[in-house]
Design a protein around this ligand. Structure first.
Ligand code: BGC
Length: 723
């Protein structure tokens, strides 16, 4: 009987499915590592035989046109049906050229840039034969103990939606078949960020409302933007592993959102169903995943070895397998792989592109830096400086600058802070001493560094985490500086203080660090995250004032670990914090307020907001409200300011968060210049999920708050009436 899994007239895909044996079908549903394994076990030491036999249709971790084409030739010319391979790779923030890590890139609050870097990364990945990027990661992350916040857009769901949309557009370019487009994979579906106690791969147990209000929206946006694939997360949600979550994968994603793309499991996640305690063997695990709508089994070998048994036991039907194969082959067709399996990698990346891409990485890197503090006119560095003392374990650490997912980036080609400063300050002597090791117990010539304090005009201290202290399986319980860095920094601060020298701290990390003591004592502190290939030049551009810093933190910085989870979108309490009243929502030994609010970030300008107005004052659901605010640069240097728009529905049928982000914009102003920012707010953005979790638009007053960050006291406010 001819199968028409997709309905309609018999297509190339239907013909293929009809011709396939069961092992060949399961091969199309299997993805295995082509060369190396990064985050789990390896299955095929050499995948060639399986490709030839038609039992392996998709690969990950094969990079380079020559390597990919060699395997593609086996699939096309030596396998019975000649189905092309799909090649996936983690392309999180660039491929060969590394841009700032996603959390850092989010700090730009610039969707056009988010899209552009995905486009450039896709072009580089395609030149390496890759057709699928395991990105964007759009998990909302509110617990900095969890290491994976670095891979995504921070704590806010609305922001994550903008990021998700931009990245999908950038990777896929509206034309998947183009030789410079890759299939994007939105991951990790969903609610991975709130893993218990911030511990990787742990269980998640949160309300259905939070799942729908906070964690699903970025995926819904990805689907609306046409994302080709979705990857379920490793964890279980209240006892149901996401890899087997029928309600969220099949019913919400496929039936409710109409997603008809490919669901690709995470690494050995189907095998993990046994350890989760919901499957007794690989056949049961495979059946659970297939029944939930997972099409591709990445690195578990569970479909290949488990589904035949599951079929015999009646746990799955052949029609489900056909449907999954249909989706995978459809994606291959959309990617143009049937028409030209060698299109990606056919042309070498033009050498001419590499220079401009590095320049882009440098300018984005500089704009991603968040200046947390700048006092005593510490920055920008004065032109007249004769000697700079560069210290700390991250000052000359090119290999750390790419962060924890360096992908195919060449770590030796990254620019260290030392190299960046040397080339930016040819007239200044840059004296360097690491002083302390990055982690562990090591002190590296601390005395040499301390002696340097007396010989230089200013001290630049490069502190923070090693790249591998964030990312997957990199959770922390103490979010301070690792190893003996604090001891060293305190000694430097003391010596510099006695000498009257300024200390500027460049903080590298994959998360907000808990360093209130450092922020209090240093003259300037800049969050540099991990800035990618051009890190050192980007840092030098900001230090020297060539670029005025404009990054804003997309995550709240806690004062102490006990405040975690901490984020601006919290709900009001019936007993709000009141220092004069004990029985209110507060701590005994720390304030509720964070060290730095979401959106915080200084520039070399100084901005004043005034004259906030919203028109019309009354709006129906289909109308758009224009919110205007005047911004004046009172400072002495030109700079770019970021303007945030928040809403607060004070009285609603379900209590709304104290602040909900609904817009942001940028304005560049010369000293003394004033401009007006216009933020367009569709009234429909003020809808929320009612008591039964369906979308409602409730008439009444909504507060509109505009300002430089999520610190209520610094926001101007007005209100609109919803009709
Ligand atoms: C990670 C994914 C990644 C995959 C393939 C997994 O361990 O969770 O984010 O895409 O490995 O490298």
């Amino acid at each position: 009987m001819a199968v028409r899994a997709g309905g309609g007239k018999v297509s190339r895909i239907d013909t293929l499915i009809n011709a396939m044996t069961l092992p060949e079908k399961l091969g199309q549903l299997t993805m295995a590592s082509g060369s190396y394994a990064l985050t789990g076990p390896l299955h095929f030491a050499d995948p060639s035989d399986a490709i030839r036999a038609g039992t392996l249709g998709n690969l990950l971790n094969v990079v380079g046109a020559t390597e990919v084409h060699a395997l593609q030739h086996i699939a096309i010319e030596e396998s019975r049906l000649g189905v092309p391979l799909l090649i996936g790779f983690d392309v999180l923030h660039g491929h060969r050229t590394l841009f700032p890590v996603p959390l850092a890139e989010t700090s730009l609050f610039d969707p056009a840039i988010w899209e552009l870097t995905a486009r450039e990364a896709a072009a580089e990945a395609c030149a390496d034969g890759i057709s699928m990027a395991f990105a964007p990661m759009v998990d909302v992350a509110r617990d900095p103990r969890w290491g994976r916040g670095i891979e995504g857009p921070g704590e806010d769901p609305w922001l994550a939606q903008r990021f998700s949309q931009a990245k999908v557009r950038g990777f896929q370019s509206g034309n998947l078949a183009a030789g410079t487009s890759v299939a994007a994979v939105a991951k990790h579906y969903c609610a991975y960020g709130p893993v218990m106690a911030g511990r990787e791969y742990a269980s998640v147990d949160i309300s259905e409302r939070t799942v729908h209000e906070v964690h699903l929206p970025p995926f819904a946006t990805a689907v609306a933007a046409g994302v080709a694939a979705i990857m379920p997360a490793f964890h279980d949600l209240a006892g149901v592993p996401m890899t087997a979550h029928v309600a969220l994968l099949r019913q919400w994603l496929r039936d409710h959102l109409g997603f008809d793309g490919v669901v690709v499991s995470d690494y050995n996640a189907i095998g993990g169903l046994i350890l989760h305690g919901v499957a007794a063997d690989l056949s049961e695990a495979a059946a659970l995943a297939l029944n939930a709508g997972v099409d591709i089994d990445m690195m578990a070998g569970a479909y290949l070895s488990g589904l035949p048994g599951a079929l015999e036991r009646g746990l799955v039907q052949l029609a489900q397998i056909n449907t999954a194969v249909y989706r995978v082959l459809t994606l291959k067709e959309r990617l143009g792989l049937f028409d030209d399996p060698y299109r990606r990698g056919a042309t070498k990346e033009a050498a001419a592109m590499l220079g401009p891409r590095r320049a882009l990485a440098r300018s984005i890197g500089a704009r991603a830096i968040v200046m947390l503090k700048n006092e005593r006119a510490a920055l920008p560095l004065a032109q007249s400086l004769r000697r700079v003392g560069l210290m700390g374990p991250l000052a000359d650490a090119a290999e750390q600058m790419g962060g924890p997912w360096p992908a195919a980036g060449n770590t030796e080609a990254h620019v260290s802070v030392l190299a960046g400063l040397l080339s930016a300050l040819p007239q200044t002597e840059v004296r360097h001493a690491a002083g302390v090791a990055l982690g562990g117990d090591g002190a590296v010539d601390a005395q040499g560094a301390l002696d340097l304090c007396a010989q230089v005009d200013v001290i630049v201290l490069c502190l923070g985490e090693a790249a591998l202290m964030s990312g997957e399986a990199a959770c922390r319980t103490h979010l301070g500086l690792p190893g003996r860095q604090r001891e060293f920094a305190e000694a430097v601060l003391e010596r510099a203080g006695a000498l009257g020298k300024r200390v500027i701290v460049m903080l590298f990390s994959g998360r907000p660090l808990v360093v209130p003591w450092l922020v209090e004592r240093a003259d300037a502190v800049l969050a540099c995250w991990f800035l990618g290939s051009e890190a050192g030049n980007a840092v030098a551009d900001v230090l020297t004032g060539r670029v005025s810093p404009s990054g804003r933190t997309p995550v709240t910085w806690p004062r102490c670990e006990g405040q975690i989870p901490i984020f601006f979108g919290q709900r009001p309490s019936g007993r709000p914090a009141n220092p004069a009243d004990s029985f209110t929502s507060r701590y005994l030994e720390a304030p509720n307020e964070p060290l730095f609010a979401f959106g915080h970030g200084l520039t070399y300008g100084s901005f004043v907001f005034s004259n906030l107005r919203a028109t019309p004052r009354c709006a129906r659901r289909e109308e758009t409200i224009d919110v205007h605010v005047d911004v004046l640069n009172e400072g002495t240097l030109a700079a770019e300011e970021t303007v945030f728009l928040f809403a607060h529905d004070r009285v609603a049928s379900v209590a709304r968060p104290l602040l909900e982000l609904r817009g942001f914009a940028k304005i560049f102003l010369q000293p003394g210049e004033q401009g007006t920012v216009n933020l367009r707010l569709p009234a429909a953005e003020l809808c929320f999920l009612g008591g039964d979790l369906t979308v409602v638009f409730e008439p009444g007053e909504v507060e509109i708050l505009v300002g430089p960050c999520a610190e209520r006291a610094r926001l101007l406010h007005t209100s609109v009436q919803l009709l």
